[in-house]
Design a protein around this ligand. Structure first.
Ligand code: AMP
Length: 261
Protein backbone atom coordinates (compact mmCIF):
# COMPACT_ATOMS: atom_id res chain seq x y z
CA UNK A 1 0.00 0.00 0.00
CA UNK A 2 1.22 3.54 -0.64
CA UNK A 3 2.33 6.15 1.90
CA UNK A 4 -0.29 8.22 3.76
CA UNK A 5 -1.35 11.59 2.42
CA UNK A 6 -3.77 14.29 3.50
CA UNK A 7 -5.82 15.74 0.70
CA UNK A 8 -7.21 19.24 0.53
CA UNK A 9 -10.45 18.54 -1.44
CA UNK A 10 -10.93 22.27 -2.21
CA UNK A 11 -11.85 21.55 -5.84
CA UNK A 12 -14.14 18.72 -4.90
CA UNK A 13 -16.02 20.63 -2.19
CA UNK A 14 -16.21 24.08 -3.74
CA UNK A 15 -15.88 23.53 -7.50
CA UNK A 16 -13.24 23.71 -10.22
CA UNK A 17 -12.57 27.44 -9.69
CA UNK A 18 -10.69 26.43 -6.51
CA UNK A 19 -7.20 24.89 -6.24
CA UNK A 20 -6.06 22.14 -3.92
CA UNK A 21 -3.13 23.26 -1.81
CA UNK A 22 -0.71 21.54 -1.83
CA UNK A 23 -1.54 20.08 -5.26
CA UNK A 24 -2.28 16.33 -5.11
CA UNK A 25 0.65 13.97 -5.51
CA UNK A 26 0.44 11.44 -8.38
CA UNK A 27 0.91 7.85 -7.20
CA UNK A 28 2.44 4.96 -9.20
CA UNK A 29 -0.61 2.76 -8.59
CA UNK A 30 -3.47 5.07 -7.57
CA UNK A 31 -6.61 3.49 -6.14
CA UNK A 32 -9.95 4.27 -7.76
CA UNK A 33 -12.69 2.99 -5.50
CA UNK A 34 -16.46 3.27 -5.08
CA UNK A 35 -18.01 2.74 -1.64
CA UNK A 36 -21.49 1.19 -1.55
CA UNK A 37 -23.76 0.41 1.38
CA UNK A 38 -26.80 1.87 3.14
CA UNK A 39 -26.60 5.29 4.79
CA UNK A 40 -25.13 4.93 8.28
CA UNK A 41 -23.09 1.83 7.50
CA UNK A 42 -19.90 3.85 8.08
CA UNK A 43 -18.77 4.69 4.55
CA UNK A 44 -17.61 8.18 5.58
CA UNK A 45 -15.50 6.82 8.44
CA UNK A 46 -13.97 4.12 6.24
CA UNK A 47 -13.35 6.66 3.47
CA UNK A 48 -11.35 8.79 5.93
CA UNK A 49 -9.21 5.78 6.94
CA UNK A 50 -8.75 4.72 3.32
CA UNK A 51 -7.73 8.21 2.29
CA UNK A 52 -5.02 8.23 4.96
CA UNK A 53 -3.75 4.79 4.02
CA UNK A 54 -3.99 4.88 0.23
CA UNK A 55 -3.34 8.55 -0.53
CA UNK A 56 -6.49 8.70 -2.67
CA UNK A 57 -8.87 11.65 -2.23
CA UNK A 58 -12.23 11.26 -0.44
CA UNK A 59 -14.91 12.37 -2.89
CA UNK A 60 -18.25 12.46 -1.08
CA UNK A 61 -21.21 13.87 -3.02
CA UNK A 62 -23.09 14.41 0.26
CA UNK A 63 -20.18 16.60 1.49
CA UNK A 64 -20.50 18.79 -1.62
CA UNK A 65 -24.22 19.33 -0.99
CA UNK A 66 -23.60 20.01 2.71
CA UNK A 67 -20.81 22.50 1.85
CA UNK A 68 -23.27 24.27 -0.47
CA UNK A 69 -25.89 24.30 2.27
CA UNK A 70 -23.47 25.77 4.82
CA UNK A 71 -22.38 28.49 2.45
CA UNK A 72 -26.01 29.70 2.24
CA UNK A 73 -27.99 30.83 -0.80
CA UNK A 74 -25.55 33.59 -1.69
CA UNK A 75 -23.85 32.79 -5.00
CA UNK A 76 -25.45 29.35 -5.13
CA UNK A 77 -26.78 28.08 -8.48
CA UNK A 78 -30.54 27.34 -8.63
CA UNK A 79 -29.61 23.66 -9.18
CA UNK A 80 -27.59 23.60 -5.96
CA UNK A 81 -30.42 25.29 -4.01
CA UNK A 82 -32.78 22.58 -5.30
CA UNK A 83 -30.25 19.87 -4.40
CA UNK A 84 -30.05 21.10 -0.81
CA UNK A 85 -33.86 21.03 -0.50
CA UNK A 86 -33.94 17.37 -1.67
CA UNK A 87 -31.16 16.48 0.75
CA UNK A 88 -32.85 18.11 3.75
CA UNK A 89 -35.91 15.92 3.19
CA UNK A 90 -33.75 12.80 2.94
CA UNK A 91 -34.69 12.38 -0.75
CA UNK A 92 -32.15 11.62 -3.44
CA UNK A 93 -31.05 14.62 -5.48
CA UNK A 94 -32.17 14.14 -9.13
CA UNK A 95 -29.61 12.42 -11.39
CA UNK A 96 -29.19 15.43 -13.74
CA UNK A 97 -28.17 17.74 -10.89
CA UNK A 98 -25.77 15.17 -9.42
CA UNK A 99 -24.25 14.43 -12.81
CA UNK A 100 -23.71 18.11 -13.61
CA UNK A 101 -21.92 18.48 -10.29
CA UNK A 102 -19.67 15.46 -11.05
CA UNK A 103 -18.90 16.63 -14.60
CA UNK A 104 -17.76 20.01 -13.26
CA UNK A 105 -15.33 18.14 -11.04
CA UNK A 106 -13.99 15.69 -13.61
CA UNK A 107 -10.44 16.79 -12.72
CA UNK A 108 -10.90 14.99 -9.38
CA UNK A 109 -11.65 11.72 -11.21
CA UNK A 110 -8.58 12.19 -13.43
CA UNK A 111 -6.37 13.00 -10.44
CA UNK A 112 -3.18 10.91 -10.32
CA UNK A 113 -3.65 10.38 -6.57
CA UNK A 114 -6.78 8.27 -7.15
CA UNK A 115 -10.15 8.59 -5.43
CA UNK A 116 -12.57 7.04 -2.98
CA UNK A 117 -16.08 7.85 -4.23
CA UNK A 118 -18.50 7.90 -1.30
CA UNK A 119 -22.24 8.30 -1.95
CA UNK A 120 -21.86 8.23 -5.73
CA UNK A 121 -23.11 6.51 -7.82
CA UNK A 122 -26.43 6.00 -6.07
CA UNK A 123 -28.67 5.00 -8.99
CA UNK A 124 -28.22 2.77 -12.02
CA UNK A 125 -28.33 5.84 -14.27
CA UNK A 126 -25.49 7.44 -12.29
CA UNK A 127 -23.47 4.20 -12.41
CA UNK A 128 -23.90 4.00 -16.14
CA UNK A 129 -22.90 7.64 -16.65
CA UNK A 130 -19.79 7.02 -14.52
CA UNK A 131 -18.93 3.88 -16.51
CA UNK A 132 -19.13 5.79 -19.81
CA UNK A 133 -17.10 8.69 -18.47
CA UNK A 134 -14.38 6.39 -17.11
CA UNK A 135 -14.23 4.57 -20.44
CA UNK A 136 -13.87 7.83 -22.30
CA UNK A 137 -11.13 8.94 -19.93
CA UNK A 138 -9.41 5.52 -20.18
CA UNK A 139 -9.66 5.09 -16.43
CA UNK A 140 -10.68 1.97 -14.52
CA UNK A 141 -12.28 1.34 -11.17
CA UNK A 142 -10.14 -0.99 -9.02
CA UNK A 143 -12.98 -2.17 -6.77
CA UNK A 144 -16.44 -1.37 -5.45
CA UNK A 145 -16.53 -1.95 -1.70
CA UNK A 146 -19.98 -3.03 -0.58
CA UNK A 147 -20.41 -2.56 3.20
CA UNK A 148 -23.20 -4.68 4.70
CA UNK A 149 -25.02 -4.43 8.06
CA UNK A 150 -28.48 -5.45 9.41
CA UNK A 151 -31.04 -2.62 9.16
CA UNK A 152 -31.60 -2.27 12.95
CA UNK A 153 -27.88 -1.55 13.42
CA UNK A 154 -27.92 0.91 10.55
CA UNK A 155 -30.74 2.90 12.21
CA UNK A 156 -28.89 2.91 15.57
CA UNK A 157 -25.71 4.19 13.93
CA UNK A 158 -27.52 6.95 12.05
CA UNK A 159 -29.59 8.28 14.93
CA UNK A 160 -26.55 8.46 17.27
CA UNK A 161 -24.18 10.01 14.75
CA UNK A 162 -22.77 13.48 15.47
CA UNK A 163 -20.60 15.44 13.03
CA UNK A 164 -18.15 18.27 13.64
CA UNK A 165 -19.41 21.44 11.99
CA UNK A 166 -15.85 22.49 11.13
CA UNK A 167 -13.52 19.54 10.44
CA UNK A 168 -16.36 17.04 9.68
CA UNK A 169 -14.97 14.42 12.11
CA UNK A 170 -17.63 11.82 12.93
CA UNK A 171 -18.61 10.64 16.44
CA UNK A 172 -21.36 8.45 17.90
CA UNK A 173 -23.14 9.16 21.18
CA UNK A 174 -22.76 5.52 22.29
CA UNK A 175 -19.99 3.77 20.36
CA UNK A 176 -17.57 6.66 19.79
CA UNK A 177 -18.51 9.51 22.16
CA UNK A 178 -16.43 12.71 22.19
CA UNK A 179 -14.47 13.45 25.41
CA UNK A 180 -16.77 16.45 26.11
CA UNK A 181 -20.44 16.35 25.14
CA UNK A 182 -21.09 17.95 21.73
CA UNK A 183 -17.48 19.16 21.36
CA UNK A 184 -15.13 17.81 18.67
CA UNK A 185 -12.04 16.02 20.11
CA UNK A 186 -10.01 17.02 17.09
CA UNK A 187 -10.64 20.75 16.63
CA UNK A 188 -12.85 21.83 19.57
CA UNK A 189 -15.77 22.98 17.37
CA UNK A 190 -19.43 22.11 17.96
CA UNK A 191 -20.83 18.72 17.05
CA UNK A 192 -24.26 18.63 15.44
CA UNK A 193 -26.82 16.09 14.30
CA UNK A 194 -27.26 16.20 10.54
CA UNK A 195 -30.79 17.23 9.60
CA UNK A 196 -31.13 14.07 7.52
CA UNK A 197 -30.07 11.88 10.48
CA UNK A 198 -33.40 12.62 12.24
CA UNK A 199 -35.90 9.74 12.38
CA UNK A 200 -38.30 11.04 9.67
CA UNK A 201 -35.45 11.49 7.17
CA UNK A 202 -33.76 8.19 8.08
CA UNK A 203 -36.85 6.24 6.96
CA UNK A 204 -36.91 8.09 3.61
CA UNK A 205 -33.19 7.52 3.06
CA UNK A 206 -33.34 3.79 3.78
CA UNK A 207 -36.25 3.43 1.36
CA UNK A 208 -34.32 5.33 -1.30
CA UNK A 209 -31.34 3.04 -0.72
CA UNK A 210 -33.42 -0.14 -1.12
CA UNK A 211 -35.19 1.12 -4.17
CA UNK A 212 -32.49 3.03 -6.06
CA UNK A 213 -29.03 2.07 -4.80
CA UNK A 214 -29.17 -1.64 -3.91
CA UNK A 215 -29.50 -2.63 -7.63
CA UNK A 216 -25.91 -1.35 -8.01
CA UNK A 217 -24.72 -4.42 -6.11
CA UNK A 218 -25.70 -6.62 -9.06
CA UNK A 219 -24.44 -4.03 -11.54
CA UNK A 220 -20.93 -4.15 -10.11
CA UNK A 221 -20.97 -7.87 -9.30
CA UNK A 222 -21.68 -8.51 -12.95
CA UNK A 223 -18.60 -6.44 -13.86
CA UNK A 224 -16.35 -8.35 -11.44
CA UNK A 225 -15.73 -5.29 -9.28
CA UNK A 226 -17.75 -6.05 -6.16
CA UNK A 227 -15.90 -6.67 -2.88
CA UNK A 228 -18.26 -7.31 0.05
CA UNK A 229 -17.14 -6.21 3.53
CA UNK A 230 -19.09 -6.99 6.71
CA UNK A 231 -19.48 -3.67 8.50
CA UNK A 232 -19.99 -4.95 12.05
CA UNK A 233 -17.49 -4.30 14.86
CA UNK A 234 -15.34 -1.26 15.56
CA UNK A 235 -14.34 1.15 12.77
CA UNK A 236 -10.75 -0.15 13.06
CA UNK A 237 -11.87 -3.78 12.72
CA UNK A 238 -13.91 -2.93 9.62
CA UNK A 239 -10.94 -1.05 8.21
CA UNK A 240 -8.59 -4.01 8.70
CA UNK A 241 -11.12 -6.23 6.91
CA UNK A 242 -11.34 -3.68 4.10
CA UNK A 243 -7.57 -3.42 3.73
CA UNK A 244 -7.02 -7.16 3.51
CA UNK A 245 -9.77 -7.40 0.88
CA UNK A 246 -8.07 -4.65 -1.13
CA UNK A 247 -4.60 -6.17 -0.73
CA UNK A 248 -5.94 -9.45 -2.10
CA UNK A 249 -7.48 -7.62 -5.00
CA UNK A 250 -4.34 -5.65 -5.83
CA UNK A 251 -2.23 -8.82 -5.83
CA UNK A 252 -4.61 -10.37 -8.35
CA UNK A 253 -4.56 -7.18 -10.47
CA UNK A 254 -0.75 -7.01 -10.50
CA UNK A 255 -0.45 -10.71 -11.33
CA UNK A 256 -2.89 -10.28 -14.25
CA UNK A 257 -0.93 -7.23 -15.41
CA UNK A 258 2.35 -9.24 -15.43
CA UNK A 259 0.75 -12.04 -17.43
CA UNK A 260 -0.55 -9.50 -20.00
CA UNK A 261 2.82 -7.61 -20.19
P1 AMP B 1 -24.61 11.15 2.17
O1 AMP B 1 -23.74 12.07 2.96
O2 AMP B 1 -23.87 10.36 1.15
O3 AMP B 1 -25.51 10.31 3.06
O4 AMP B 1 -25.59 12.09 1.30
C1 AMP B 1 -26.49 12.99 1.94
C2 AMP B 1 -27.61 13.33 0.99
O5 AMP B 1 -27.10 14.00 -0.18
C3 AMP B 1 -28.40 12.14 0.45
O6 AMP B 1 -29.40 11.69 1.36
C4 AMP B 1 -28.99 12.75 -0.82
O7 AMP B 1 -30.06 13.63 -0.51
C5 AMP B 1 -27.84 13.61 -1.32
N1 AMP B 1 -26.95 12.84 -2.22
C6 AMP B 1 -25.63 12.60 -2.01
N2 AMP B 1 -25.12 11.91 -3.04
C7 AMP B 1 -26.13 11.69 -3.90
C8 AMP B 1 -26.23 11.00 -5.14
N3 AMP B 1 -25.18 10.39 -5.70
N4 AMP B 1 -27.45 10.96 -5.75
C9 AMP B 1 -28.52 11.56 -5.22
N5 AMP B 1 -28.50 12.21 -4.05
C10 AMP B 1 -27.32 12.29 -3.38
Amino acid sequence: MSSPQNNDRAVWLHGPAQHCSPPPRALPYPWRLVLLGPPGVGKGTQAAFLTQELGACHLSTGDVFRAAKNSGHHGQSPAMTAAVAFMNRGDLVPDEIVWEMIRERIGCLRCGGGFVLDGFPRTLAQADSLRKLMEKEKLQLDAVLNFTLPEAEVVARLSGRRTCEKCKAIFHVVSQPPRHKDVCDKCGSNLYQREDDRPESIAVRLKAYDHSTSPLIEFYKHRGLLVTVTASGSPQEIFQRTLSALQGRRKTQLAAHKIRA
